[in-house]
Design a protein around this ligand. Sequence first.
Ligand code: NAP
Ligand code: GLV
Length: 308
Amino acid sequence: MAFLFKSDPTRGQIWRAAFARQVPEVEFRTWPEVGDAADIRYLAAWTVTRELMESLPNLEVLFSVGAGVDQLDLTQVPPHVRVVRMLDPGLTESMVEFVCLSVLSLHRDLPHYRQAQGEQRWAPLVPAAATRRRVGVMGLGNLGRASLAALRPLGFQLSGWSRSGAAVEGVRTYAGADAMPAFLGACDILVCLLPLTGETRGILCRKSFALLPRGAAIINVGRGGHLVEDDLIPALEAGQLSAAIIDVLNVEPAPADHPFWRHPRIWLTPHVASRTRDDSSADVLIANIVRHKAGLAMAGEVDRDRGY
Ligand code: NAP
Ligand code: GLV
């Protein structure tokens, strides 16, 4: 029985050592040194190709090395293969840091001060109280909930939107498409932490921006496909949005002529809001292999019909 690793080589060394300590009976192989492909039962990867999938006849579980799975293109993955996303506590911690940093930056008008500094303008604004600032999170999964829990002690008015609208302590929750206008209408700062699926692609667009209060700001830490990129600058120029923190793009890295590079009200970061941590993720993945071998449910298994 073998595990095939197809990801960052440094992470591979750490995972290999963890496998040797914790599950020595599972042989650790690193792509492209597949060996006898018939031995491979488990694969961990960020992306896969049809060719790779077809070359692994006995694959049982595909582990995403990230929290999201859209980049795996599940149409290439045979239906009997179980797909599991990464529930790494280290990744969650980093996302919480990034969301808090971004929300506080927008709350305290840092895009305004950065632009003013560039223009050598001393332009103080009266800071709003956090208790008057409405922060809404789209996606109340692992990352959305953890981010809201960290924002809560700062005093913001918090809301969250998801398919089910499941309750979150201290957060006003909204469920499904029908509740989206009410949810958006009460967000001064909107955070996108949705998975990218057929239903959520393009959800940050001219139409949804128009439902936000005038001058709202957005943070996209989901996927580039959530944002209709052509709609962002017009909304900023019209004053419907005041600023945007964009960590993910449709095409990464951003091409040199991408208009977001130079817009003063867009802060662009290179898909760094969070990343799987090499050490903590090894333990999470190995625990799932142990559970799978024992016939138990794995943490983070994806519902392939829902796409997340
Ligand atoms: P998750 O636990 O699967 O949670 C997904 C949430 O989105 C759930 O609350 C779900 O609703 C909601 N949702 C899904 N489809 C919806 C729809 N059509 N309408 C309304 N709500 C919907 O995901 P997660 O672990 O929190 O991760 C979220 C995403 O973050 C990942 O998929 C990935 O794309 C992104 N991410 C980005 C970075 C980065 O560095 N920028 C890093 C890690 C992850 P229910 O609760 O009702 O099911
Ligand atoms: C990163 O974007 C992830 O999905 O883990």
